[in-house]
Design a protein around this ligand. Sequence first.
Ligand SMILES: Cc1ncc(COP(=O)(O)O)c(C=O)c1O
Length: 398
Amino acid sequence: MNYAFAERVSQMESSVIREILKVTERPEVISFAGGLPAPELFPLKEIKAAFCHVLESGDPSVLQYSTTEGFLPLREYIASKMREKGSEAGPDNILVTNGSQQALDLLAKLFINPGDVVLVERPSYLGAIQTFRSYQARFISVPADNEGIDVEAMESAIKKQRPKLVYLTPTFKNPTGVTMSLERRWAVADLLGKYKVPLIEDDPYGELRYRGEPLPPVKSFDGSGRVIYLSTFSKTIAPGLRLGWIVADRALIRKLVLAKQGTDLHTGTLVQWAVQSYLENSDVSGHVRAIRKEYGRRRDIMLEEMEKNFPHDISWTRPDGGMFLWVTMPEHFDTVQLLGRAIEEKVAYVPGAPFYPDRDGLNTMRLNFSNSTPGQIKNGIQRLARLFSSCLNDTGIN
Ligand SMILES: Cc1ncc(COP(=O)(O)O)c(C=O)c1O
């Protein structure tokens, strides 16, 4: 059937990640490809108790339609956490969403006309690129190093291209794991005020720190009120809940409410009540500590194994938190082509190119360390190391 789709549909591409995940569902493949948390760490018992608690309360409102903004006690909890991070937020500054991904979609729906420019760092979260692209955004991408986005390059790109929005993941970025330095956070916040451009600060991984001291979000330096902060319970509790939030000034929250009404009226009442009950009645900080400890251990094992086995011409990031690290192969390598051979060797990664809006970064790849056991990490890295060594031998590089 030939459907007469809207023009923007031509921009919607199937995600490489989703396609790869299909292949890596085979149990013999060790997959560093997905971005999944470790399911054995989900607080299954506590979440079950929380759902039972709210259903047994006898209050039928738990199954009723509710407000688009989100469950007030949950928004109060989120606002108090934001204040602990140095950002002056109250419940009226919060919109509860179906995960951060919905937040990105709602923001794109509000801001992006076809052809509008979005400034992103290189590389950037694939899911955000896809969403902005589906609203027919154009991209300017600015280089980033081990301290985050290059602020000078960002300023000159803003001057030249006047972007409608900036999108950054300053802490433990997906895909590289890199964190923006404190100085650059200040500098970025200054630029937003100077050029009157809004920033979407996407922060799903901030709580997952394994080393070093926490850094305040850019939102906490937001003198001009231009930072739209996103976070989620996907990485600290469970992604299947589909629960995230937006923090922004009230005028923007009111517009977002209108946008969300057209999408889904509101986020599920039951899940919001249950998560709020879980947050109130369980040892959430103990749970997050346990995740940090285990993911930190997995990251260490992956890094150690790479150090021992990877050939010299390959470099990689050493993130202080999050779920990913980023590998850079010698210039001429094409990690999309190499993936087929990796899967034959029963190990998978995500090629780096889709994380660049201009499909650059052909010699890069993302590895996830949260979703494999220590034994799988060791075996998987050894398989990758053998593959890389044989490819480098084939090309005469060592
Ligand atoms: C940077 C970034 N933003 C947003 C999301 C979407 O998260 P959620 O599960 O809250 O929709 C992800 C998920 O991996 C992510 O890495």
